[in-house]
Design a protein around this ligand. Structure first.
Ligand code: ATP
Ligand code: MG
Ligand code: MG
Ligand code: MG
Length: 488
């Protein structure tokens, strides 16, 4: 049997839920509109926030209110509560930008149906081996007044063919979801898959590796049951309408179904890695150091391109600075390990546009614009990068710690974001005095303020913040953007 392509897997997910009467909607942009509390969309549920807050009771389409929806949401996790940047390229399954496949119930079906369907899709449709699957449930937390989710534990055993000793209990760090200090929250149940060989599995049960950051026993799907409303005094009140919010890592499920041990070996990443390898005149798989660089670049070009497509651009603050940091990080990896001394990132954009033509066609229409933005940023950083690297090397010679003043100079004169300097220092086993660096940054801001220059206010990056004002009041339904192109 031939293996499924990524496009097929995405389509099958959506078709599965469409057949179960879900409205298939478009991904929201990665740059959230009308949500100043969030730098980047970091989960599929972000765009349905008004529903979970009870301001809206479903999605309107075709004159009908839908209580079920499914989509693939592009997400970015490089800041705030979810920051996976350091893992990217070094591990095989965390990306800065990834697609989160999701199905939702807005006060409609609940735990039983969500668990049954998740199992049906993974095992009956996609043929995953039940012996390799684990489900985790919330064990409860008395000190926080949170009850154990015994109901889900029971449903996994009763409604699926999972072996009872594959249902595991974990604490609130992994199995309880809260949007913030107050508001909708609830237990979650996650599916993990053990990709090790039969021999390895005999030696050590997969149960011991779940939630242990082992890439071979990987979390693939999170089913969140939004059940309570956390009050100001910390108590929990049962919500009048209970919701299901699920998120499955698309690149991860592609790796599983394509029998790969790394997301980068799937057809989601291979075309872009091949292009990078061609440009560098190297072969992917030859050397771990150059492989890491290729993976980082393949990952980062996606985050940067989609952010620009969705309306952000590299700058010195907020979102724009996150994009600049990611881009410069990729450029440095290219310079250092693949000998890219001239712009190369912008050349990768058409490969992406090609790949995403079906699912995010917006990319295709903006190729040239995105390339120009990236090229300008590359040119400007490449002007100072070489000198900056030389200076950095001389600064750390014979030292165990880079001074805050030196880090500031690299930042101010050579455009090195502090996390890039820290990364370079780590590679050489050197520390950075970030306290002193922060002090200098603060002083610089104060000088700018005293001189009357405008500085942007700090942005929070919680899951979201509830801002109650006249503007955010619910005034009626906007039709959602439904997505028919993927299924066409
Ligand atoms: P992990 O524990 O692996 O970091 P998570 O628990 O932080 O994942 P969730 O917030 O539960 O992730 O998100 C839902 C799903 O999205 C996860 O089960 C996973 O499959 C996927 N996912 C999360 N973060 C990433 C990422 N950085 N890159 C790729 N997929 C991700
Ligand atoms: Mg995580
Ligand atoms: Mg997790
Ligand atoms: Mg999770």
């Amino acid at each position: 049997m031939s293996l499924k392509t990524a496009a097929q897997i995405r389509r099958e997910f959506l078709e599965f839920f469409k057949a179960k009467e879900h409205l298939i909607v478009d991904s929201a942009p990665v740059v959230p509109k009308n949500d100043p509390s969030l730098l980047f969309t970091n989960a599929g549920m972000n765009q349905f926030k008004p529903i979970f807050l009870g301001e809206q009771d479903g999605l309107k389409d075709d004159g009908k209110i839908w209580k079920r929806a499914a989509d693939t949401q592009r997400c970015i996790r490089v800041s705030g509560k979810h920051n996976d940047l350091e893992e990217v390229g070094h591990d095989t399954y965390h990306h800065t930008l990834f697609e989160m496949l999701g199905n939702w119930s807005f006060g409609d079906y609940f735990k039983e149906q969500a668990i049954e369907w998740a199992w049906e899709l993974l095992v009956d449709e996609w043929g995953l081996d039940p012996d390799r699957l684990y489900a985790t449930v919330f064990e409860g937390d008395e000190s926080d007044g949170l009850p154990a989710d015994d109901e889900s534990a029971r449903l996994w055993v009763e409604k699926t063919s999972i072996s009872p000793d594959h249902v595991l209990k974990f604490d609130k760090k992994d199995n309880f979801w809260e949007m913030g200090e107050t508001g909708p929250c609830g237990p979650c149940s996650e599916v993990h898959v053990d990709l090790r060989s039969d021999d390895e599995r005999k030696k050590k049960p997969g149960a011991e590796l779940v939630n242990m950051d082992d890439p071979r026993v990987m979390e693939i799907w999170n089913l969140v049951f939004i059940q309570f409303n956390r009050q100001n005094d910390g108590s929990l009140v049962k919500l009048p309408a209970q919701h299901v919010d699920t998120g499955m890592g698309f690149e991860r499920i592609c790796a599983v179904l394509q029998r790969k041990t790394s997301n980068y070996d799937t057809d989601v990443f291979q075309p872009i890695i091949q292009k990078i390898a061609d440009l560098a005149g190297k072969t992917y798989g030859d050397d771990e150091e150059t492989d890491i660089a290729m993976r980082v670049i393949a990952d980062h070009i996606r985050a940067v391109s989609f952010s620009i497509m969705d309306g952000a651009s590299p700058s010195n603050e907020g979102r724009g600075y996150v994009i600049r940091r990611i881009l410069r990080r990729a450029i440095r990896y290219g310079w250092d390990r693949l000998d890219f001394k001239k712009p190369f990132m912008s050349k990768l954009v058409p490969v992406l546009a090609d790949q995403f033509a079906d699912v995010f066609p917006e990319l295709d229409g903006q190729i040239e614009y995105i390339q120009n933005v990236i090229l300008a940023e590359e040119k400007s950083f490449l002007n100072t990068l070489g000198q900056g690297i030389e200076l950095f090397n001389s600064m750390i010679e014979g030292k165990k710690k880079l001074s805050g003043d030196d880090a500031f100079k690299l930042h101010d004169t050579y455009g090195f974001p502090i996390d890039l300097t820290e990364l370079m220092a780590r590679e050489k086993g050197v520390e950075v005095d970030t306290d002193r660096f922060s002090e200098l940054m603060k002083e610089q801001k104060e000088r700018a303020r005293a001189a009357g220059k405008f500085t942007a206010s700090e942005k929070s990056d919680l899951e979201w913040t509830v801002i109650k004002d006249a503007e955010s009041e619910f005034v009626g339904y906007d039709d959602v953007k439904t997505n028919t192109s993927i299924l066409a």
